[in-house]
Design a protein around this ligand. Structure first.
Ligand SMILES: [Zn+2]
Length: 358
């Protein structure tokens, strides 16, 4: 895929950087943050660092770099196991313990563009998911566009530790693709799966990206439900109320809904659901006292143990229109491979819509 203009700039460029510019394959671009490359290998006042675009080995010496690119053992096939493949984009799972050098090298490279994460040498307890693009006309020439890492065992339900789309490939919705994949891989749709989210605290940029991703995720969930169930919901509520359809009745009524239930339906943590609903302005706290226990089923009573909100469906629709949301998820169910393909939900994957790109 064609990279963006390589002069991709960060909002707060730091004053003095020890590695100022990198060469990644045939791209060259500026760094954003201090490097933590070993000082005996990368001198402190180094201007330019050459990085192998397949294995992330680094060198200050252009001749050594060029020599390596002719012999790099990963130049035609990425490391790891392919877990996702759709439209030329693939995600490969790499075990940090099995491939320590690769994991360390991609982490060192990422640190040039990530400010706050410090886990770079304990790579053995992480899995790395690299995003690649392969032009179908040139199948042996793949590009690594970014990656995310994930703790193998997280006690805090973290489904992602660090995410980075490399600067030349940013602003192409690829971060959302990786975030979507991270939720899918946490297996929340299965009985044994976990509701999760990214490791906190998030950077300012990370927070902004995630809120937008979550907004789209919830909006798609609401709108898909509206499309699928609107008719049956309406006829059901009419039967319950013993009323016939009136022109004055609101087309999209407000709905009392449990935040926890929303989390379970979308794989999101309750705190992330609340953050997102606030940001969308689509819901407000439910101030009505809960119904008496006699009129509730046990499931409803259970859901009521958590926080509930009043969802305004018309606001969701407004949000979707304003942000030009497409119903089709950028992550395609049919793209998952191996074990991850088992949870595919065909009814979701049939919603077709053109891909949006900012
Ligand atoms: Zn290499």
């Amino acid at each position: 895929m064609a990279p963006n203009d390589s002069r991709s700039t960060h909002p707060n460029p730091p004053v003095e950087l020890n590695v100022k510019q990198v060469v990644l394959g045939d791209l060259s671009f500026q760094t954003w943050y201090q490097s933590i490359y070993p000082e005996d290998l990368v001198k402190k006042d180094n201007e330019l660092l050459y990085i192998c675009r397949w294995c992330f080995r680094y060198s200050c010496d252009v001749d050594a770099y060029v020599k390596h690119t002719h012999t790099c053992e990963h130049r035609t096939t990425p490391l790891g196991t392919q877990v996702y493949d759709h439209g030329g984009y693939s995600v490969w799972e790499i075990d940090g313990e099995e491939h320590k050098l690769f994991a360390q090298n991609i982490s060192l490279f990422a640190k040039l563009f990530v400010d706050h994460k410090s886990v770079f040498f304990d790579v053995a307890s992480f899995l790395f998911y690299i995003l690649t693009f392969t032009d179908p006309n040139d199948p042996e020439n793949y590009h690594i566009l970014g990656y995310f890492s994930k703790e193998k065992l997280s006690w805090d339900a973290n489904n992602l530790a660090c995410i980075l789309i490399f600067p030349p490939y940013q602003h192409k919705q690829l971060g959302k693709l990786l975030m979507g994949v991270s939720y899918k891989l946490s297996g929340w749709e299965r009985d044994t799966g976990l509701v999760g989210g990214p490791e906190k605290p998030l950077s300012e940029m990370g927070h902004k990206s995630y809120v937008r991703f979550w907004e789209e995720r919830l909006a798609r969930y609401f709108l898909t439900r509206l499309c699928e169930h609107n008719d049956s919901d309406e006829s059901q509520s009419q039967r319950q109320k013993g009323k016939t359809s009136k022109g004055s009745r609101k087309k999209y009524p407000q709905e009392r809904i449990s935040v926890q239930k929303l989390g379970h339906a979308t794989g999101m943590l309750t705190e992330d659901v609340i953050t997102t609903l606030k940001s969308m302005g689509a819901a407000e706290p439910d101030t009505k006292p809960p119904q008496s226990k006699q009129t509730q089923s046990s499931t409803e009573a259970e859901e009521d143990s958590g926080q509930t909100v009043i969802l305004r469906k018309s606001k969701v629709l407004d949000w979707a229109k304003t942000h030009k949301l497409t119903l089709g998820d950028p992550v395609r169910e049919e793209g998952f491979l191996g074990d991850y393909a088992l949870t595919s939900t065909p009814e979701e994957s049939t919603i077709e819509s053109p891909e949006e790109d900012e």
